[in-house]
Design a protein around this ligand. Structure first.
Ligand code: IYR
Length: 227
């Protein structure tokens, strides 16, 4: 049974290959400049900018179009403080023993620790919840598909949208993140996936001097042999 008819697709502009290449290269140039920032300014960011970015995230493809996500967008300083305190408690446990030496060694170049002042300083925290299953009007569970993949795709859209808007972001994943259900009053069917911190970088903000792989380390083309 289908409840949607098929309709003509007219979502793409007609572009010359030259323009396509220019646009592809300019997008690459844009995203190449994205970096995770850990030092945020308290400069406010208008809600409408964040709303547009989150709406862009909601356009991601998802398993059977179930759109298994929920976004809590937190600008309230009282709630931000609660999140910071709870996150720092978890992080303390992480850095004091939950993480093994190999993990701590891998994080060393990033210079992270259990202090998370950005959770209060930055104007917006976007908490992305994965809906592991749905609930019908009778309260019965309904199946969602590929929820992790779907939420990962939506998060990618969001991170790109925020950068495109000219704002910095930080992908923060205190573990475990159950405290976010409690603070944000979300049901047990939802699992926090990512806490995205968004705002302007602090003046003079520094980032680790790390690099991305060269393209030939992660791309391999196979094309028809035309010789
Ligand atoms: N969640 C901790 C540790 C951490 C883990 C990974 I993997 C990172 O890429 C960065 C940090 C923290 O936020 O400090």
């Amino acid at each position: 049974m289908h409840d949607s008819e098929h309709i003509p697709y007219d979502g793409l502009p007609e572009l010359s290959e030259e323009v396509m290449l220019a646009r592809a290269q300019s997008f690459h140039k844009l995203v190449r400049r994205r970096r995770t920032v850990r030092d945020f300014s308290d400069r406010p960011v208008p809600r409408e900018i964040i709303a547009a970015c989150v709406q862009a995230a909601g356009q991601a493809p998802s398993g059977a179009n179930m759109q298994p996500w929920h976004f809590e967008v937190v600008g309230d300083p009282v709630i931000k403080k609660k999140i910071r305190l709870a996150a720092e408690e978890e992080e303390q446990r992480f850095y004091d023993g939950r993480a093994n030496q190999e993990w701590l060694d891998a994080l060393a170049p990033l210079g992270t620790d259990e202090q998370k002042p950005f959770l209060e300083t930055a104007p917006w925290l976007i908490v992305i919840f994965e809906q592991r299953y749905g609930l019908d009007p009778e309260g019965e569970k309904t199946r969602f598909y590929y929820t992790k993949e779907s939420i990962g795709l939506a998060s990618g859209f969001l991170i790109a949208a925020v950068h495109n808007a000219g704002l910095a972001s930080l992908t923060h994943t205190p573990s475990p993140m159950g405290f976010l259900n409690r603070i944000l009053e979300r049901p047990g069917s939802e699992k926090p996936f990512l806490l995205l911190v968004v705002g302007y970088p602090a003046e003079g903000a520094m980032v680790p001097g790390i690099t991305r792989k060269d393209p030939d380390q992660f791309i391999h083309f196979r094309e028809a042999d035309v010789t």
